[in-house]
Design a protein around this ligand. Sequence first.
Ligand code: SAM
Length: 276
Amino acid sequence: MTDDPTIAYDLFKQFERDKFSLVAQKYDQAIAAVTSQVNEAILDAVGAKCGLRLLDVACGTGWLSAAALKREAIVTGLDYAENMVAIARVRSPQASFHNGDAENLPFESGQFKAVVCNLGILHFPKPERAIAESFRVLKPGGRYAFTCWTPPTCNPFMALILGSVQTYGSMDLDLPPGPPLFRFGERGECERVLIAEGFTEVSVTELPMKWTFSTPEDVMAKVVVSTARLGTILAMQTLEQRRNIENAIIDGASNYATDSGVEIPASIMLAVGYKP
Ligand SMILES: C[S@@+](CC[C@H](N)C(=O)[O-])C[C@H]1O[C@@H](n2cnc3c(N)ncnc32)[C@H](O)[C@@H]1O
């Protein structure tokens, strides 16, 4: 595949690694419980069970790895951000965690019966390469599952955050240009790329989930300190833009207030393939 001149491959990869390392603790406290809502669906999709050798790519702070360990799978995790891996190691000392790149997996071919990747694919500058690497390390007969956020058109949380930036701020920021955030939130794109990389029995399912916050005021603050690209987009706005964006987010989030806080709906696309 030829390189896309609009993507700053190396700079973007470094940005993701450094930013996720910086926010690792906050990510673990504020975001991992959100992303983990789809853990059981991912593990079901790859048939995770006792004794199955499973690789968790972009494992973050290791919540999906921990869920796989509960099923008594034999778990290896990998993430590019050192501080993410450090937290995962403390959480699950019985798994084996590696600091490494999804696009260049440090494993021999045909090692794993399952490879999973929860919300990692949108962070890789060359996602096809990461998918090809996952295919390579799978045994024939193994399954691969990855997830991605659905686009704002069918994802109220993303619509609220990015819509507020588009209305009151700017997306023209000095950030290393990366791959499109929602490319794999499209069913057809997931199917096309998985089949092109050699997978069969491909299925793509949209899974509903929720972002929960204690108050509408909590939403922007949490996103800024505990995410990479999204938080940086918010943090880089001018003071006035930030104030207006924050007001818009508070207004929008108030529509989702419940007795116990705020629950903003969202959804995730789960794509699964089989290595023949
Ligand atoms: C949104 S987090 C998802 C973490 C975890 N899977 C979860 O569901 O909570 C994205 C993760 O991708 C990792 N990441 C980004 N680029 C990577 C790369 N090239 N190789 C491996 N991991 C990468 C980040 O460090 C971060 O931990």
